[in-house]
Design a protein around this ligand. Sequence first.
Ligand code: CA
Length: 228
Amino acid sequence: MKILIVEDEHKTGDYLRLGLAESGFVCDLASNGVDGLHLALTGDFDLVVLDVMLPGLNGWQVLERLRRGGRDMPVLFLTAKDQIEDRVKGLELGADDYLVKPFAFSELLARVRTLLRRGKASIEASVLRAADLELDVLRRRVTRGGQRIDLTAKEYALLELLLRRQGEILPRSMIASQVWDMNFDSDTNVIDVAIRRLRAKVDDPFEPRLIRTARGMGYVLEAPEASV
Ligand code: CA
């Protein structure tokens, strides 16, 4: 795992680099915002530890340009105590966590490990699959057998829910609250209609069928080989 540290105070920078290296991470250190941004955009880092007050570009500017440049690795902000109010700004710009200086190294290490685990989980979960059906969460794209399928926003949300909870029977009331954000009377057929439309697109033209009706209970999406 490779970590970029952007910190202009040499003492803090060296302390972080040494500590993280001893903990098994490969580290690069930049001492100003311009170098930090350049390294973050061109290097292959799994995480950035980013100081806010930096010469050249400050931490927010670095983060903003990093996100605009399409880099979505986790960013841990380091803020001084008197900048705590500003952490909101950092979080709005897409920082994943922040740590107030002075901090204990053990605290930093714990945050770094959590962010790296989370980052990995979100990458793994960015494509949801069942048999040859794929839903790419980041691109909001659905394919089956490599064939692109166009869905409405509701159909997409419904399919995403079914895929995330595949193998589980989802009651209509649960689908209603998750996809329509409201409660339906049990006799409404809005969900059944939406399921029928979704099936017509993702199931009817293909084999095997993935969306099953659990009579009187709800719906379940399941690839046949996954069922016992
Ligand atoms: Ca600083």
